[in-house]
Design a binder for this molecule. Structure first.
Ligand code: BTN
Length: 245
């Protein structure tokens, strides 16, 4: 069921309420404290985009397999955009990019029961009709900017939920291999050199070789060594496309 709100602090906050169950979607026109990854905020002008949280209860999954939910959500978004004729890639761990610009941000929160997953909140912000962005944002883009026309936000949500159902069914069948292979195939800058930054600020160039089942990013360093990085252990160095012009 879809629950719509004019204003929330964050759809992920509302989705924590126990009254919402598997498959429910919380949509907000306005978030007063929208949250992004790595402690960032998510700001979305009212009426232009989609900000929502999908609640799932993957109780059949072990906590160590939680990255499969990220894979399913990111792939469902790519599937959804394909329906609109937009090619996208997944910037590890789960930003959705069109070419070198960010179209979607995802914030996933897991809750556990012992060693099993109990509930997962998949918070998604899709840039749909926005045409002016804060210049401090790293290369954002909207569906409208890509396609050249405005879109009905409801249609995007409807198609996304159908695409997610299909990917979630793959997960329920236990077909982890398909999700992992499709996710890797969709990785932004796969097998290409990319600048990365460590938490201490040091930068290096490496080639993305893939992602392990638990979400660890595999990078081939210039010295030939293959090293794995967890989320927060490394970040992409994103160059502003505006500054290059
Ligand atoms: C990121 O790119 O850093 C993740 C952004 C996630 C934004 C969405 S909008 C709906 C949901 N509610 C939030 O507060 N955040 C997510």
């Amino acid at each position: 069921m879809i629950y719509r709100f004019e204003e929330l602090t964050s759809t992920n906050d509302e989705a924590r309420e126990a009254r919402y169950t598997h498959g429910d979607v919380i949509v907000a026109e306005r978030q007063t404290a929208g949250r992004g990854q790595r402690g960032h905020t998510w700001i979305s002008p009212e009426g232009e985009n989609l900000t929502f949280t999908l609640i799932v209860e993957p109780t059949f999954l072990a906590a160590r397999d939680q990255f499969l939910i990220s894979e399913a959500a990111a792939l469902a978004l790519c599937d959804c955009f394909r329906e609109f004729g937009i090619t996208t890639h997944i910037k590890w761990t789960n930003d959705i990019y069109h070419e070198d610009r960010k179209l979607v941000g995802i914030l996933i929160e897991h809750f556990y029961s012992g060693m099993q997953l109990r509930r997962t909140l998949i918070g998604i912000g899709i840039n749909i009709n926005q045409t002016a962005f804060d210049p401090s944002l790293p290369n954002p883009v909207s569906m409208r900017q890509i396609l050249g026309h405005a879109l009905a936000r409801e249609a995007v949500l409807d198609i996304f939920t159908h695409c997610f159902e299909a990917r979630y069914a793959t997960l329920q069948r236990g077909d982890h291999a398909t999700l992992a292979a499709d996710y890797t195939a969709k990785l932004y800058r796969l097998h290409r050199e990319q600048r990365f930054r460590l938490p201490d600020g040091e930068e290096f160039t490496a080639t993305i070789e893939g992602v392990e089942a638990d979400g660890v990013l595999l990078l081939r360093h210039a010295d030939g060594e293959l090293r794995g990085y967890r989320f927060k252990e490394v970040e992409f160095v994103v160059k502003s496309l505006l500054l290059e012009k």
